[in-house]
Design a protein around this ligand. Sequence first.
Ligand SMILES: Cc1cc2nc3c(=O)[nH]c(=O)nc-3n(C[C@H](O)[C@H](O)[C@H](O)COP(=O)(O)OP(=O)(O)OC[C@H]3O[C@@H](n4cnc5c(N)ncnc54)[C@H](O)[C@@H]3O)c2cc1C
Length: 301
Amino acid sequence: MTADWLKELGALDCGALLTDASLAARTTLRVGGVAQALLILERIEAVPKVLGICQAAGVPWRFLGAGSNVLVTAGSLPGLTIATGRLRQVMVTGPVVEAAAGAALISVVSSGHGAGLTGMEWAGGIPATVGGAVVMNAGAHGGSISDHLVEALVVCDAQPARWIGASELAYGYRHSALIGSGQGVLAARFQLQRGDLAAARGRLAQALAHRRRTQPQGKNAGSMFKNPPEHSAGQLIEAAGGKGHRIGGAQISELHANFFLNLGSATAGDVLALVEWAKERVAETSGQQLELEVRVWRADA
Ligand SMILES: Cc1cc2nc3c(=O)[nH]c(=O)nc-3n(C[C@H](O)[C@H](O)[C@H](O)COP(=O)(O)OP(=O)(O)OC[C@H]3O[C@@H](n4cnc5c(N)ncnc54)[C@H](O)[C@@H]3O)c2cc1C
């Protein structure tokens, strides 16, 4: 029997609503179970109503971007998962690029270039959506979202979404007040600057080439752990003998020890076992406690 909250969501007509939808297929690590309900969002105006329905029914929700920083465990993830991938609009006004949550982060860079604006070339190769990048404070090569974000359009509940300034988001290294809060980022405005486009394109090409040289291809979720202060998680795992270590179908990359690969047949359990193994080995060998950067979504087994 279909739950009332699902019927109410269906009646909103704000995107396709699927049940028991594979989340493995929507994450770059390609492991894990299904979403009890998955909304492929098409209309951002409807989001407060969506959250209001969930709230009234006591149903949990979370937002999903490109799934490049999420590890879903096996089973069924209760409640509603809201996928933003269809919201891709990007628009440039003066020195500001405004992008919808599901736009690829790189499209902020390329739209900026199209208008003679530069500054976010560090983002080249990060497979994020704008929403995921704003929440995670994505960064590379010394740059990060918090250097450029002016404001984000945030929704928390049945109230209308509102623009919140970057200074209110408690940004830190791969941290923001939005992480795990259930709040949704629907759009974001980034400040870029007029600059030398040829030099900017050169920086972008360098960022991409650096990634190709130093990071593995294949199914992974980027850096598994945050870098502890003054340390590199990858170097700590490598020094602990982790490179190439394998559990089931999951393996620590030979190229970069902070990248954990699904060799094709990995389960979420294999990846989590490898995570525990790496944490223990690093604690034993260096005394450092590794903290996950990847967000783990625990499904009901
Ligand atoms: C090959 C590879 C390389 C990577 N390199 C980097 C790198 O250099 N630097 C870096 O910082 N990261 C890197 N990552 C990790 C990842 O790309 C970033 O964390 C990115 O910001 C996640 O964006 P996403 O859209 O995939 O978010 P998801 O993985 O879908 O979600 C991540 C978190 O954000 C939340 N979220 C997503 N969208 C929204 C939204 N609209 N509203 C509210 N919450 C939302 C989710 O609920 C979840 O908690 C890499 C990943 C891969 C696979």
